[in-house]
Ligand binder design. Structure first.
Ligand code: CS2
Length: 490
């Protein structure tokens, strides 16, 4: 079977949507760091819409900071790939053309830096996951002792980290008299624009104080809220893409119908008219971001840890159990909603209903294990910020505490049947040491994990209104199991 490429694009069956623009004639205006599934199902689709509408200067050069997998899959097919939008109602397939070039940073850092320095590139966007910012999740500041940061500070002209690439490219632009690009973070971090701004300003100051002042004063880092559920592609979905297109695609993407992008409108060098592609351009992203991180991602992580422990492979399997649905609805209504300022015009009740429906999507196989990854980087903004607001208000935190305890039970590294859990986390080694030392004993394990300051900060471990319910919930999880605790708490 032939493969999707510029040469075979015209062979697609009529039911498959494809670029209506001259793909090869598109110019690169965005460099994207972290060209993974999420970028390909989200920002790349909005940009594909704008290219279709005639804004031909906004093609993307996608960079991988580590693995060559995406480039290896997509370069032979001219960057083209299928996005399959899946729900109980069926699958719609569309070929995306906005990804115009691909680079693997460790293989060719100079090519990436040259692209980032090109005056035609006006935006550098990022989806490098929480850990890619090399920051301390509890405080949001640069981890100066991070191995990649130490390495980059020792040779800043040949970086490996995202902050390292951003700052070196900004330095080169400045030296060449080219104004800095807008840094557009699309990761699920709290105040993500401010966070990346803080991180790169600090990193730049460590390279050179004058450069630090320049980055702090001159580089715009608008905040964004991004939302689309994009599970890892399954073999069955690869076959589905092949069937829909009559062409081979080495890495198609499957996602849900829902998509949302809220962007702080601060682009000194200009931007594509993303509002015409459905994005919301606003002056303050914070209320949207809090709503999404706390309701969607907070629920997701809670579902992931409890669901995995209860033996469920996917989110939709978890949502097949009424007690889990009650727990998630209760978490959102009783514990999260009172901490939110409702974004302008948002219908919070409708948003929460739609989240339950999205989690139920029977066509997506979103593994609990995938969401459980990198918990140390996710917990602060997903659950612990809500906990702090609740404690400040003197309000109960039973369901939040169960979610946090489920993370603790999960990183203990053995499931309820005694099988090992493949815990993926930048702090995995330390978490495993703590778990081995404490054993499955809530009275020892909870305080030991609460001592991980990067996650819990200084305040929470000292507050018995937090440590009490978390330790009790962990004790219940160890003694009675996840399903029983969900039923008891829901
Ligand atoms: C998920 C998110 O993997 C995870 O941690 O919670 O990737 C989630 O699917 C997206 O944020 C949805 O927008």
């Amino acid at each position: 079977m032939d493969r999707i490429s510029l040469d075979t694009l015209q062979d697609l069956p009529p039911a498959v949507a494809r670029p209506a623009y001259d793909v090869a004639g598109t110019r690169v205006g965005v460099v994207h760091l972290g060209v993974g599934a999420f970028h390909r199902a989200h920002q790349a689709v909005y940009l594909d819409d704008r290219l279709n509408a005639g804004e031909t200067g906004w093609g993307v050069l996608g960079a991988s900071l580590r693995s060559p997998d995406t480039r290896d899959a997509l370069a032979p097919q001219d960057g083209l790939y299928a996005v399959m939008v899946r729900s109980g109602e069926g699958t719609r397939t569309r070929v995306i053309g906005s990804l115009r070039d691909l680079v693997v940073a460790p293989e060719d850092p100079e090519r990436l830096l040259a692209a980032m320095t090109d005056p035609a590139v006006r935006i550098v966007s990022l989806t490098v996951t929480e850990k890619g910012y090399c920051h301390d999740p509890a405080t949001g500041t640069l981890r100066e002792d991070h191995p990649d940061i130490r390495r980059d500070l020792a040779s800043p002209l040949a970086p490996v980290s995202a902050p390292g690439f951003l700052v070196e490219a900004i330095r080169r632009r400045r030296a060449a008299g080219v104004p800095p690009f807008t840094v557009l973070t699309c990761d699920n971090l709290p105040a993500n624009g401010e966070t990346v701004h803080r991180v790169i300003s600090r990193y730049a100051a460590l390279v050179d104080p004058d450069l630090g002042a320049f980055v702090r004063g001159e580089v715009a880092c608008p905040s964004t809220m991004v939302d689309r559920i994009v599970p890892a592609t399954t073999e069955a979905e690869r076959a589905l893409a092949r069937e829909a297109m009559g062409l081979e695609d080495a890495w198609p993407i499957a996602t849900e119908p829902f998509t949302q992008w809220v962007i702080e409108d601060r682009f000194p060098l200009g931007r594509p008219r993303l509002e015409e592609a459905g994005a919301q351009l606003v002056s303050d992203v914070a209320p949207y971001e809090l709503m999404k991180l706390r309701l969607l991602n907070g629920s997701h992580s809670t579902i992931a840890y409890l669901g995995y422990l209860a033996g469920h492979e996917t989110v939709s399997d978890v949502m097949g159990e009424p007690a889990f649905v009650r727990l998630v609805a209760g978490l959102m209504d009783a514990e999260v909603t009172p901490t939110l300022a409702v974004p302008l015009g948002a219908d919070l009740a409708g948003y929460k209903r739609s989240l339950i429906e999205r989690f139920r999507n029977p066509a997506l196989r979103h593994r609990t294990w995938q969401i459980a990854m990198d918990g140390s980087q996710k917990l602060p903004q997903r659950l612990l910020g809500t906990v702090r607001d609740r404690l400040r208000a003197g309000a109960p935190i039973d369901r939040l505490a169960l979610g946090v305890a489920a993370w603790m039970r999960y990183v203990a590294g053995v499931d309820e049947a005694g099988r090992p859990i493949d815990v993926r986390d930048p702090l995995a080694a330390r978490l495993a040491d703590i778990a081995n030392e404490a054993g499955l004993d809530a009275g020892r394990l909870a305080p030991a994990l609460l001592g991980v300051r990067e996650v819990f900060g200084e305040d929470l471990p000292a507050d018995p209104r937090f440590t009490g319910p978390v330790t009790a919930a962990l004790d219940g999880l160890i003694a009675r199991g996840a399903r029983a605790m969900v039923e008891a708490t829901a």
